[in-house]
Write a protein that binds this ligand. Structure first.
Ligand SMILES: O=C(O)CNC(=O)[C@H](CS)NC(=O)CCC(=O)C(=O)O
Length: 286
């Protein structure tokens, strides 16, 4: 069941980052940006994809991978969530695959405002793509193990649905998130400059409109260590598809107050979920 009827108002916040290869420097950047978040609570803060290690190749990410439930990045993220009293969606970090030392999961970990781990989603759709830009070909599945579970998480301000970057091109995932009762979809991202300019706003707003959910979609931005360029334009969108906040360029904090009860009205007036004739089969995660 959706929480939209009785949930508290929530402040939605995204951090836009230019991450480099060094996890500790990137964690420092997160800690500094968190100094500038608004004072409202409850607050949901979402970090970009690969915020802890980016732009030095997948092998570098593999080297920085931690075991699930045990590692310096996970400890620091938990401590920051607790210190600020925020729900923290930690973009993705590489988490070692215990079956294969040469592979990691692009894990989106969620910490509650007490600093406890509240959920984990592993990126399902991997970016094995030829982009017609200077940075060329991507082969994310070479070192990354794809996830296989759809994840939603209950909070006092609504149900979260987790997706990462390239996942946004697969509407069926978002359909399942909505069927699991989700109100706020998060999309930690690192869109390429070329595909971002062509598709980013349309994709993010479409998923919000189709599923009548808020979307919090932070991105990586600018030029990274290996010359790769990311699009930025982090977005916070409401369930009507309106852009509530956007940061086009540079690193920073963007934030907007969200009234989750707005979704009840939108869903009542345009009941697409009940009108839909294409039923999908899914298993509920929690
Ligand atoms: O590799 C890393 O360091 C972190 N992961 C990423 O940057 C991922 C995989 S390469 N990027 C995307 O999924 C971009 C999707 C995109 O740009 C699109 O769908 O157009």
């Amino acid at each position: 069941m959706s929480q939209s009827g009785k949930a508290k108002p929530v402040q939605l916040t995204a951090l836009q980052m230019t991450s480099g290869p060094d996890p500790q420097k990137n964690m420092q950047q997160v800690a500094e940006l968190l100094q500038n978040i608004p004072p409202q609570r409850p607050q949901l803060v979402v970090l970009p994809e690969a915020f802890s290690c980016f732009g030095a190749g997948d092998k570098q990410q593999l080297l920085s991978a931690e075991r699930f439930g045990d590692g310096p990045l996970q400890n620091q993220l938990a401590a920051l969530a607790k210190q600020h009293g925020i729900w923290l969606v930690a973009g993705t970090i590489p988490v070692v695959d215990t079956d294969n030392a040469e592979r990691f999961s692009a894990a989106c970990l969620v910490f509650n405002s007490a600093g406890e781990l509240a959920g984990r989603y592993d990126k399902i759709h991997l970016f094995d793509v030829e982009v017609a830009d200077s940075t060329g070909t991507y082969h994310e599945s070479r070192y990354t193990k794809p996830g296989s579970k759809v994840v939603t998480i209950n909070t006092e301000f609504g149900r979260l649905g987790l997706a990462v970057c390239y996942d946004v091109r697969f509407p069926e995932l978002f359909r399942v998130l909505r069927e699991q009762g989700c109100d706020i979809m998060v999309l930690p991202s690192a869109f390429t400059k070329v595909t971002g300019a062509a598709h980013w706003h349309q994709l993010v707003r479409s998923r919000a409109i189709e599923q009548q959910c808020f979307m919090v979609a932070p991105g990586q931005v600018g030029e990274h260590a290996n010359g790769r360029e990311t699009f930025g334009h982090s977005l916070i969108v409401d369930g009507w598809g309106r852009i509530l906040a956007e940061q086009e360029s540079g690193t920073g904090v963007l934030s907007a107050a969200a009234d989750i009860s707005q979704l009840t009205d939108i869903r009542k007036r345009i009941p697409v979920a009940t009108h839909n004739q294409f039923k999908v089969k899914y298993e509920r995660s929690t």
